[in-house]
Write a protein that binds this ligand. Structure first.
Ligand code: GLU
Length: 293
């Protein structure tokens, strides 16, 4: 019997077209591309554009122009998340059907007000690894009838994971394999630190966490190479993979490029924007040196 052909490793660069790319994106894209090439693997580009209010076709075109300038070739067609909302919805529905997700009605402002009222003179409200307050329990604790009534009245709502209940369905310990620039080896996941994360937003029929795990699985991604700013989010991703029965890729969280004050680069500012550098006549080879490659 012929041996089955070896599955090629699959890497992806997954930017959001909500601003121009900067040096940090260049590092991510080049690492993915070069690691794929070294492993005789595939390099995919995915456009993470679920936030239709902030993502634009112009920024998307900028991504293609910047990556072409860097000399990176990617497989076509490119997957654009805005064309796959039905797939994220069906993953969400499977969690709702198992009673692992609930509708949440508080706006960000209402959460802030709730948290400051509860912190007044008392102990600090718990925060997630990015520093945002955990979502209060009020919506999770609603009765089925109450939830139904609120949904039927057309109130704007997101869907959130009931993290405690979700964890009770997972036998054993959750972890992931990490080879990046921070901690490496088997990393114990701590999804509870994030509280009841959003699975589908009130203004978009999915969320970053849900679409990223669904897409990585649908695209057969074997290696997730991205910045260390997403290291802790991996705890949520491996939990969602376990809940949805999806395979877990290997993870490599790379160093971040910082500005002169040591802060992580925000969307392109001045001389860190790839389009600006290109316009100044900097070569792709110069850029690789500038980011330490
Ligand atoms: N779309 C995310 C970003 O632009 C990256 C997602 C990922 O690599 O998992 O920050």
């Amino acid at each position: 019997m012929a041996a089955s052909p070896r599955q090629k490793p699959v890497f992806r660069f997954a930017p959001s077209p909500n601003g121009p790319l900067h040096l940090g994106h260049a590092l991510s894209a080049i690492l993915n591309h070069d690691m794929a090439r070294a492993a005789d693997g595939r390099f995919l580009l995915r456009i993470e554009d679920i936030d239709q209010a902030r993502c634009t076709p112009e920024f998307e075109d900028g991504i293609y122009a910047d990556l072409a300038w860097l000399g990176l070739g990617w497989e076509k067609p490119v997957r654009r998340q805005s064309e796959h909302f039905a797939e994220y919805q069906s993953a969400l529905q499977s969690l709702i059907d198992r009673d692992l997700a609930y509708p949440s009605f508080l706006t960000r402002g209402e959460v802030r007000a709730f948290v400051s009222a509860s912190e007044a003179g008392r102990k600090p409200w718990p925060r997630d690894p990015d520093g945002a307050p955990l979502y209060p329990a009020c919506d999770r604790e609603r009765t089925v009838a109450d939830r139904r009534r609120m949904l039927e009245s057309g109130l704007k709502h997101a869907w959130r994971l009931d993290i405690e209940r979700a964890l009770t369905t997972i036998p054993g310990r959750l972890d992931w394999t990490e080879t990046g620039d921070g901690q490496t080896g088997q990393i114990a996941a701590d999804p509870a630190a994030w509280g009841d994360v959003v699975l589908s937003r009130s203004d978009a029929p999915s969320s970053y966490h849900l679409s990223v795990v669904v897409d990585d699985a649908l695209q057969g991604v074997t290696h997730v190479v991205r910045g260390l700013d997403l290291f802790h989010a991996t705890s949520i991703h491996v939990l969602l993979q376990a809940l949805l029965g999806l395979p877990a890729p290997l993870y490599h969280h790379h160093r971040l490029i910082t500005d002169d004050a040591g802060r992580k680069l925000a969307k392109s500012e001045g001389d860190t924007g790839l389009a600006e550098l290109r316009a100044k006549g900097i070569s792709a080879a110069d850029l690789r040196r500038r980011i330490g490659l």
